[in-house]
Design a protein around this ligand. Structure first.
Ligand code: NAP
Ligand code: GLV
Length: 308
């Protein structure tokens, strides 16, 4: 049987080399030149074309090259086989780096100084200490809890919001719909690291922004559909939200005429907040290939009912 690799964004040769080091003799086929579809038993994928995975009758598992599997679950005709999310130390570390960088940029008012420089304006303003700055992370899973720990280590006052309450050193925990108001009311820099589900779609809306302290900032590194973009633009224009760092969008690539591109209070990055590395991710993928072939539960297996 063979592994099919399907991704336009990931380094295929590095993945092949790393997986062959883990499983010598692995039959590694690169989409679309995969030969007989009936010989493919495991698919390692990122954003496969709609319907493509239904073409492989012997498929035993789908292994995602990304942490978020909302795109897979949204596909019509997705085979009813176990799906595993990507959990990889490099993916986690790069997300923590991005969140720390974006948080520091808002905290130290670099967004404000960038605007002032464009207007040749000497805008003297001292920021509060990190210990006086309240950062809130929506989603305290693999990525959110690591980002929270890194922010706490830098001295920020960190809280997180999740479905179930958590016990994380240095992180105040809020949980469920009942915990959301209090979480938002204390959050000056809001980071979204939720999975995209029917419960979280559109959660970054006018109603949410209105519950933040005036002048709060937003960092969305989860999925574009978490954000109601027109609500954010209105909140930025009114001053309710003072700045935003956005890595993900409803339409990617973000169309050239989209108003977010030129909004003075928005920093845009092209969905690069974090990514898996074959050097550190291959071990877990190889273990899941073995598990799929042995009919055992996968590591980081997705709960389809829950949606993440
Ligand atoms: P994860 O480990 O599955 O964690 C998800 C967290 O969200 C959990 O803490 C969960 O709560 C919480 N959650 C889910 N539904 C909720 C709800 N309705 N209300 C409150 N909390 C809820 O996911 P992860 O690996 O950290 O990844 C998170 C997301 O980041 C991915 O789904 C993906 O969309 C995004 N991502 C983006 C990039 C990028 O480059 N921009 C890269 C990687 C990932 P419980 O712990 O209580 O279950
Ligand atoms: C990237 O967006 C991922 O889900 O890993």
């Amino acid at each position: 049987m063979a592994l099919m690799f399907l991704s336009a964004d990931d380094p295929v040769e590095a993945w092949r080399e790393a997986l062959l080091a883990e499983i010598p003799g692995l039959d590694f086929r690169i989409w679309p030149e995969v030969g007989d579809p009936a010989e493919i038993d495991v698919a390692l994928v990122w954003q496969p074309p709609p319907g493509e995975l239904a073409r492989y009758p012997s498929l035993r598992a789908i292994l995602s090259l990304g942490a978020g599997i909302d795109g897979l679950l949204a596909q019509a005709g997705l085979p009813d086989v176990p799906i595993a999310r990507m959990v990889d130390p490099s993916l986690t570390r790069t997300m923590s780096e991005y969140v720390l960088l974006a948080t520091l940029r808002h905290h130290r008012q670099f967004d404000h100084f960038e605007r002032a420089q464009r207007a040749a304006r000497w805008s003297f303003a001292l920021p509060p200490q990190a210990a006086e700055r309240q950062v809130g992370i929506m989603g305290l899973g693999v990525l959110g809890s690591a980002a929270a720990a890194s922010l706490a280590a830098h001295g920020f006052r960190v809280a997180g919001w999740s479905r179930e309450a958590k016990r994380l050193a240095g992180v105040e925990s809020f949980a469920g719909p009942d915990g959301l108001d209090a979480f938002l009311a204390r959050t000056e820099i809001l980071v979204c690291l939720l999975p995209l589900t029917s419960h979280t779609c559109g959660i970054l809306s006018a109603a949410t922004f209105a519950r933040l302290p005036r002048g709060a900032c937003l960092i969305n590194v989860a999925r574009g559909a978490h954000l109601v973009e027109t609500d954010l633009i209105a909140a930025l224009d009114s001053g309710q939200v003072e700045g935003a760092t956005l890595d993900v969008f409803r339409a990617e690539p973000l169309p050239p005429d989209h108003p977010l591109w030129h909004h003075p209070k928005v920093l845009i990055t092209p969905h690069v907040a974090s990514y898996a590395s074959p050097l550190t991710g291959a071990e877990g993928v190889a273990e899941n290939i073995r598990r799929a072939r042995a009919g055992r539960p996968l590591l980081h297996q997705v709960d389809r009912g829950r949606g993440y």
